[in-house]
Design a protein around this ligand. Structure first.
Ligand code: NAP
Length: 486
């Protein structure tokens, strides 16, 4: 793997705690390339004691970091941003090798991840408060925002770079310090980011990355009363466990959890635009995206045309190794992931689904699942309820606007949703009546560092990005300033 990098020193082999690389532990994990099965590197993992040490270090660093001037934080974050951009080729190579997504998508994610660092560098200057004119002449009310303290973050493998920057950057901008546990499948992207943070001059203990057994390390963080916030991106079942574990210390949580996004196409929409949007939303990152269209709901009057046109486009995909420039869609992150998708598809077929294209693990290898379209579906099937997390478009049909709303809301999830219609009244009605944190109207490219990303219902709480993303790392304090009358 080292040979694939312009700067091989970005490849790290152990946790980064308190400014040091821990590379002497006897416990190790192997990081593999899902496209080839090749072992990329062997990583030294950290244990519970390291996690406890990281909390002490992050807390010590917090005592200084919280009092640094916002200009200092801006400058350091800006340097980190510049280094991420300067090293984007290598960061994208590392990502494609450990996660599988096509190289151009990895470049896109590195740029997207960097955008959070740039945004929150600026936002560090915009932590505002309020002045409240209290009754009487001798008192004034002030509301200030202060950094929440030591933050622990647990992140997933589907966006190994951006899910880290969109937590670390606002935490640091607000004056918090952070300990991040990345997913075991994709730790190398996280460690390369830590190396760049180190080069940017971010002080020891301010950013820490710990690699190891998730349950053990997670428990150390949730049990600690020094850790004042847990921010998690991952599945809803794990999010629920972590929220329960955080209850004993009444920790603040931000939970970016699973989704079951409806993509609703009405017969008054521009069908070709809706098809292109469906392709981009459903099959990006081979369907391993929390905001992927999970249920495609198409009005019955255009259903057949939609399926035929979609199929023609999916036939053109080139499944393969993401490092190969001609590949449009890569493998899934692991054999387990491919097996899970396969089981879900076979279950749907046994319940009556029709496979229009694809439908099985590809001869290319055990991590590859063929781009798939399923029809003849109904809301009673499991595939209507489950997050697919693979390149499988499941297409349902509806006849009325009311039915579309009911189908969209018939899930415990509420992250992203998409509506395609050229009727402005319908667009507004849909946007306000469907229960989601984010709604794209005639648009699926909804992500950006400038918007509040997050969900409702069992898709989580808190928002990442935008001005709201910084607030999530601050505590509000009210000060009553008395004795003002002369
Ligand atoms: P996951 O299984 O929940 O794992 C996420 C992270 O949690 C990993 O770092 C994992 O570590 C760790 N973990 C697992 N069990 C744990 C436990 N008991 N205690 C502490 N940590 C634990 O999810 P995933 O399969 O990696 O990611 C896919 C999920 O993330 C999907 O549901 C997707 O929708 C969601 N997601 C949501 C958003 C959003 O913004 N809402 C964004 C991206 C992804 P190990 O890897 O070491 O097991």
């Amino acid at each position: 793997m080292i040979n694939a990098l312009i700067d091989p020193t970005l490849l790290k082999t152990g946790s980064y705690l308190n400014g040091k690389w821990l590379v002497d532990s006897e416990n190790t994990i192997k990081v593999t390339n899902p496209a080839t099965g090749e072992i990329l590197t062997t990583l030294h993992t950290s244990n519970e004691q390291d996690a406890k040490d990281s909390i002490v270090a992050a807390n010590k660093a917090f005592q200084q970091w919280k009092d640094t001037s916002v200009k200092t934080r801006f400058n350091l974050l800006k340097k980190w941003f510049d280094l991420i951009v300067a090293n984007k080729q290598d960061l994208a190579t590392i990502m494609t090798l450990e996660q599988g997504k096509p190289f151009d998508e990895s470049i896109g994610e590195v740029e997207y991840g960097a955008s959070y660092v740039e945004w929150f560098a600026e936002e560090a200057k915009r932590v505002y408060g309020d002045v409240i004119n209290l009754p009487g002449q001798d008192r004034q009310g002030l509301v200030i925002r202060q950094p929440i303290g030591v933050v622990a973050a647990i992140t997933p493998w589907n966006f190994p770079n951006a899910m880290i920057t969109r937590k670390a950057a606002p935490a640091l901008a607000a004056g918090c310090t952070i300990i991040i546990k990345p997913a075991s499948e994709t730790p190398l992207s996280a460690l390369a980011l830590a190396e760049l943070a180190n080069r940017a001059g971010i002080p020891a203990g301010v950013i820490n990355i710990i690699v190891g057994k998730s349950r053990e390390l997670g428990k150390v963080f949730t049990d600690s009363s020094t850790v004042r916030k847990l921010t998690f991106t991952g599945s809803t079942p794990v999010g629920k466990i972590l929220m329960k574990q955080c209850a004993d210390t009444v920790k603040r949580t931000s939970m970016e959890l699973g989704g079951n996004a409806p993509l609703i196409v009405f017969d008054d929409a521009d069908i070709d635009k809706a098809i292109d949007a469906t392709i981009a939303s459903k099959y990006r990152n081979s369907g391993q995206t929390c905001i992927c269209a999970n249920r495609i709901l198409v009005q019955d009057t255009i259903y057949q045309t939609f399926v035929t046109k979609l199929k023609d486009k999916v036939k053109e995909f080139r499944l393969g190794n993401g490092i190969d420039k001609t590949t449009t869609h890569g493998p899934l992150v692991s054999e387990n992931a491919a097996n899970d998708v396969n089981n879900l598809v076979q279950q749907a077929v046994s319940q009556g689904a029709k496979v229009e294209i694809g439908g099985k693990i590809s001869p290319l290898g055990n991590c590859y699942f063929e781009p798939t379209i399923l029809t003849n579906l109904n809301p009673k099937m499991d595939i209507f309820r489950e997050e697919i997390f693979g390149p499988v478009a499941s297409i349902f049909t509806f006849s009325t606007e009311q039915e579309a709303i009911e189908m969209a809301n018939d899930t415990e999830f509420g992250l992203a949703s998409y509506v395609f219609t050229n009727n402005i009244g319908r667009a507004w009605r849909m946007a306000t009546k469907i229960e989601y944190g984010m709604v794209g109207i005639n648009e699926i490219a909804i992500g950006s560092e400038m918007i509040p990303f997050g969900g409702v219902k069992e898709s989580g709480n808190g928002r990442e990005g935008s001005k709201y993303g910084l607030e999530d790392y601050t505590e509000m304090k009210y000060i009553c300033l008395g004795g003002l009358a002369g």
